[in-house]
Design a protein around this ligand. Structure first.
Ligand SMILES: [Mn+2]
Length: 254
């Protein structure tokens, strides 16, 4: 059995027979490309292989509101709906690109949104999941922007703008972020080791899984815990699989 911690109550989510999987940073765009098809293939096999799929943010390259009716986005939503109807539980954490995914998306797809830094209890393991940007505490400029964009006031104002204008804003922000990233030292954009340790200790986690930094690895962390960093889907896709007997970070060609 598995439990997810909501507030202070453990809630039973599903019976454990098969494995669960974690992915992030697909950065799907509103055009059909090899990544879109790789995800559709992945999702189809996921229904056979896993009881639950956790998408840890930046699933989309940008998301400007649940009213976005771009054809590719509609198709992605349709396939997610099929998967959840076929009893694959799908959970989603917001990334910095798709933090505007909301309630209508949940209703349209059957995907359930979880808070960043959610703790899942499975077997004897406490697995902490996060997008990962919250650990990049050295990038003060980014953290300040995040504070603004995640405020209710900013989001309310933004969502009232015409769709076209929102898409233009997202594209400008993306271009700006690419330019800024190229001017920042590598270590500033990586996770801060103390931020990682603090989160693991605070949640008494055995395993931490996050994405965002695009630096896939499995490593030892504080108090004998394990840190898993998912990779972004580019020429390879990445998935972290966990079941009762073992866990493994896998990559596959796309
Ligand atoms: Mn990210």
């Amino acid at each position: 059995m598995s439990y997810i911690l909501f507030g202070h109550n453990f809630k039973k989510v599903y019976d454990e027979n098969m494995s669960v999987a974690f992915i992030s940073d697909l950065h799907l765009e509103p055009i059909e490309n090899k990544k879109t098809f790789a995800f559709f293939d992945f999702l189809e096999s996921a229904q056979e292989k896993y009881t639950a799929l956790y998408i840890l943010g930046d699933f989309f390259e940008y998301w400007v509101g649940d009213d976005d009716d771009e054809l590719v986005n509609l198709e992605i939503k349709r396939q997610l709906k099929t998967a959840t109807k076929n009893n694959l539980k799908i959970f989603f954490l917001h990334g910095n690109r798709d933090f505007l995914i909301g309630q209508k998306f949940e209703e349209d797809t059957g995907v359930q949104i979880l808070k960043d830094k959610t703790l899942i209890q499975k077997n004897d393991h406490r697995i902490l999941i996060a997008h990962g940007d919250a650990f990049c505490t050295d990038d003060i400029e980014y953290q300040n922007l995040k504070k603004e964009l995640r405020s209710k006031a900013w989001q309310k104002k933004f969502l009232q703008k015409p769709l076209k204008e929102r898409i233009k804003y997202a594209q400008d922000l993306r271009a700006e972020s690419i330019e800024k990233s190229s001017n920042k030292p590598e270590n500033i954009m990586d996770s801060n080791p103390d931020a990682i340790s603090n989160a693991i200790i605070a949640h008494k986690a055995d395993i931490l899984v996050h994405g965002h930094t695009h630096r896939p690895e499995v490593s030892q962390a504080v108090n004998g815990s394990t840190k898993v960093v998912l990779g972004s889907w580019e020429d390879e896709g990445w998935v972290f699989e966990y079941d009762q007997t073992h866990f493994e970070l896998k990559s596959f060609l796309i």
